[in-house]
Write a protein of this length. Structure first.
Length: 219
């Protein structure tokens, strides 16, 4: 096991020491391709994060990167309420086709509010609030996520230049704040359905996500 320590300054100007411990690496064959998997623990809160790795790279390579926050409902159960699971699996396909890249799977369910509160937010959305209004009603920011662990894992993996698979400009800003070069943002839009079209519209209109949302494509 290796302990990694770094002093990070994020996009909000916060300066703090983040310490993570890297676990063992094993092969992980999947339906989307063959990867290697390495877990990490953030020692300050014992949160567990995963690096899903494909191929090798040099220090000058612009590496495909997906920062993916855990979503039990979407990633595990195939929920139609969001596009999380589909984005994760499409990112795996893209990286497999590229032949190299990394997915950082972050332990921050429900945009950082946890599963317990996320389901409460779902209940509020069932009653008419949008995803941002629901978080605020529960006393949270619209997005509580942080990306210092992701940046530290990328640097530990010898990555300095990234092609970020995301619709979320905030992720790009965060990575730049941690000293990584974002060479490209690659939008990853999943065809909306009747259950998540309002959720996706909220992400586009209120959170600035790069989404087209052509109603004619809704399934």
């Amino acid at each position: 096991m290796k302990t990694i320590k770094n002093l990070c300054v994020d996009s909000k100007g916060r300066n703090e020491e983040t310490i993570i411990k890297r676990g063992a690496t094993a092969n992980l064959p999947t339906k989307y391709g063959n990867f290697k998997i390495t877990p990490f623990i953030r020692l300050s809160d014992n949160s567990e994060h995963i690096a899903l790795i494909k191929g090798e790279w040099s220090i000058n390579d612009a590496v495909l990167v997906r920062l993916h926050s855990s979503c039990a409902t979407g990633d595990l159960f195939g929920s139609f309420r969001c596009d999380c699971g589909s984005q994760l699996h499409e990112s795996m396909r893209i990286i497999e086709k590229e032949g190299k890249g990394i997915i950082i799977y972050l332990d921050q369910e429900g945009r950082g509010i946890g599963l317990f509160n996320k389901i409460h937010a779902y209940q509020l959305q069932d009653e008419g609030l949008d995803t941002i209004e629901a978080n605020i009603a529960l006393g949270f920011e619209p997005d509580e996520r942080e990306y210092e662990v992701a940046a530290l894992i990328l640097k530990e993996q010898g990555i300095e230049r990234i092609r970020l698979i995301t619709n979320n400009l905030e992720k790009s800003i965060a990575m730049k704040g941690f000293g990584l070069q974002v060479i490209e943002m690659m939008p990853i839009e999943i065809t909306p359905n009747q259950h998540n079209k309002f959720y996706l519209k909220t992400k586009k209109d209120k959170m600035g996500h790069l989404l087209q949302l052509n109603d004619s494509t809704i399934v």
